[in-house]
Structures are given as C-alpha cells and as structure tokens.
Design a protein around this ligand. Structure first.
Ligand SMILES: C[S@@+](CC[C@H](N)C(=O)[O-])C[C@H]1O[C@@H](n2cnc3c(N)ncnc32)[C@H](O)[C@@H]1O
Length: 214
C-alpha cells in the first residue's frame, strides 16, 4: 500500500477521509481539553499527523501545552509531520518507527489519549484484538482511545458481525472501556469511536501489536 498516495484523498475536502478528519480533530480537541494538567498524547500510525498538529496549535493558542508523540513508519510522512509541527510552532515528538513494537514508545506511556486512527481496519481481527487489549495497558486511569474502523473487511473476518466497526467497539467494551462516542456518518464507510477506561489493565504489553495486511 502506498500510504503517501492514500494521504492525497485529504486534498479533496469533500472526501470521506476529509470528513473523518474533521470529526477526529473535534473529538481530539475535546479529549485533550478535558484533561486536568498537561495531557499526554500518543498517536500510533500517525501518517503526516494532520489530525493532531492543528489541535495542538489551537490548544497552545489557549495557553495549553500537550506532551505529544506520533509514531509513523513511513519516513516521508513522518518528515511531513515534523515539518508541519514546526511550521505550527508546536512540539510533537515524531518517531519514524514501527508502532507495532511498544518498545518504540514505552517511555511515553501511560497516556491520557491514545489515537488508533486508520489502524484497526488494516490489521487482522486477531491483531485488532491484541491491539485493543494492549490499549487497556497504555492509558492512565480515565484515559481514552480515539479509534477508527471502516465498515469494510480487508481480511478474512474472525467474527460474524456485519459491521466490523461494531465488533471493534464491542471489543473495547469487553476490555472494560466505556464507549462515549460512536460516530456513523450519513454517507461513507468510516466509523469513529471514543472509548474511555476507568481502570487500566495491569497486563504487560506484548512484544508486537499488529502487522498491516495491506
Ligand atoms: C490509513 S493511514 C492513517 C494515517 C493517519 N492516522 C490518518 O488517519 O490520517 C495508516 C498509516 O499507518 C502507517 N503504518 C503502517 N504500518 C505501520 C507501522 N507498523 N508502524 C507505524 N506506522 C505504520 C502508514 O505508513 C500510514 O501512514
């Protein structure tokens, strides 16, 4: 998969992914704004972090700083994320690295907000389950995950849900998360969820969370 080409869909402000982007930014701003003290944010498979940088900039304009880290494997996209953070005058620790390996960002954990946007639809259901279980070990008490999943299947399903996003939502709930938002657009295949966790899991993180299937 050419993820740089995938990002070009953002050039069309009417595209489904642009509409999702607007929703992600709004939800992220609300989540970070609600944290008491300095929020800690981790964005896995962050792409060029266009969902994060403007939110950090708006918060900085209101006098609020965020300890933010973005992990992206593609060097070009990671470079774009670094450049846009610099241009916006915000601090974003961009790591060009494998987000499937928790050792990459162990020093950043636990966080108030974990972003898994554009991740769970690109991995097998088994890896999705592993990642969701791991998310429960990556948050502070009361922390939240902002996640997305399309309603399409990219690999052989490991369940009988008609909509795999509903399966993801229910997997978070099975790990003790409370779904506080589940956005289904009038048109378009994306779904966006916000899930909050009162009590994090003490389970150690696995060595690997996922492998992209495309
Ligand atoms: C669907 S895009 C989502 C990008 C961004 N989160 C967004 O929503 O705009 C998936 C991203 O995951 C990145 N990626 C794939 N495998 C990865 C891995 N193992 N570690 C870090 N990033 C990865 C790709 O390079 C791509 O930028």
């Amino acid at each position: 998969m050419d993820w740089q080409a995938w990002h070009r869909d953002y050039d069309d402000p009417e595209s489904p992914v642009s509409q999702r982007l607007a929703e992600v930014r709004t939800r992220l701003a609300t989540l970070l704004g609600a944290v008491r003290g300095r929020p800690r944010l981790l964005n896995l498979c962050a792409g060029d972090a266009r969902d994060t940088v403007p939110v950090l900039a708006a918060l900085a304009g209101a006098g609020r700083r965020v300890d933010a880290c973005a992990v992206e494997l593609d060097a070009e996209l990671a470079g774009a994320a670094r450049r846009s953070a610099e241009a916006a005058g915000v601090t974003l620790d961009v790591r060009t690295a494998d987000a499937a390996d928790p050792a990459t960002y162990a020093d950043r954990l636990p966080v108030d907000v974990l972003m898994l946007v554009g991740v769970l639809g690109n991995v097998s259901d088994a890896d999705g389950g592993t990642t969701i279980r791991a998310a429960a070990s990556m948050l502070v008490p009361g922390g939240a995950v902002l996640w997305s999943r399309s309603d399409r299947f990219r690999s052989e399903p490991g369940h009988d849900y008609a909509d795999p996003a509903a399966w993801v939502r229910d997997r978070f709930e099975a790990q003790g998360f409370e779904t506080t938002a589940y956005v289904v657009p009038a048109q378009g295949h994306w779904r966006l969820g916000v899930a909050r966790l009162a009590t994090p899991s003490p389970a150690p993180l696995p060595d690997r969370l996922f492998t992209f299937v495309r």
